[in-house]
Design a protein around this ligand. Structure first.
Ligand SMILES: C[S@@+](CC[C@H](N)C(=O)[O-])C[C@H]1O[C@@H](n2cnc3c(N)ncnc32)[C@H](O)[C@@H]1O
Length: 228
């Protein structure tokens, strides 16, 4: 059973999603799925700008209060870990751990403010990879930030393969960032997942993006499924 105790809620902003996934104005005009969006403010900010976005995550089975309490309970621990591993990160766009914390709290605050209305509008949907409750080709673009590949030690090769195939079932194009594990190594599941996707006729490419916080993590995976 999935519990909130297993999750360290940590959410990025619309601007960070824009950079991590090299999003263009044309991309933002597409129907987007954010898979594993958690407490990111991408949905809140993109929806306000007129983009059609649905976010899915197992934590959306919980109330705003429960998610907010979990953010408060884990925040100091996350910032402490980042201080301890300071040299693993590129402190340019974000200059200090304190500024990182401020930006993350701002993004997660925007998510929490938007969450009740977003749930009512169907923009936050409870779902857990590798199974998504959406029809084939429901989306033009799916984004998956800081879940697949990052947790390569916790989530095995079969999970990655099944999850990526599920994402290309529901979306014409899928982008995943980062391609590194939590330890900063290239994911051991990248090659095999790519082969499984190509075997289904997908095109798979690793592309540089204008975002690097985890040192060396400045590339995304772009997958396009064959036209049906
Ligand atoms: C590190 S957070 C990243 C949040 C957001 N994507 C971002 O980059 O700011 C990872 C998220 O993945 C979600 N998650 C964990 N297991 C999942 C699964 N099997 N399917 C979908 N989401 C999952 C967690 O609940 C959490 O919100």
């Amino acid at each position: 059973m999935f519990t909130l105790d297993q999750v360290v809620p940590w959410g990025r902003s619309f601007d960070e999603y824009g950079a991590m996934f090299a999003l263009t104005a044309d991309d933002l005009a597409r129907r987007i799925l954010g898979c594993g969006d958690g407490p990111a403010s991408f949905n809140a900010e993109a929806s306000r700008r007129g983009t059609t976005v649905i976010s899915c995550d197992p934590i959306y089975r919980f109330s705003r209060e429960a998610i907010g309490s979990r953010i408060a309970a884990t925040y100091d621990q996350v910032i402490e870990q980042i201080r301890e591993n300071h040299s693993d990160f590129v402190w340019e766009a974000i200059p200090t751990p304190e500024e990182l914390g401020r930006r993350r709290l701002e993004a997660m605050g925007a998510f929490l403010d938007d969450y009740p209305a977003g749930v009512a509008q169907g923009r936050y949907v409870e779902a857990t990879l590798p199974f998504l409750p959406f029809a084939d080709a429901s989306f033009e673009l799916a984004l998956c930030s800081h879940l697949l590949f990052l947790y390569s030690l916790q989530l095995d090769a079969a999970f990655h393969r099944a999850s990526l195939l599920e994402l290309v079932r529901v979306a014409q194009e899928v982008r995943v960032f980062p391609l590194l594990t939590l330890g900063g190594e290239l994911s051991p599941h990248l090659e095999e997942s790519g082969a499984a996707l190509r075997a289904e006729g997908c095109t798979v490419a690793i592309e540089p993006v204008p975002y690097e916080f985890q040192r060396g993590g400045n590339a995304m995976l772009r997958i396009r499924r064959p036209a049906s």
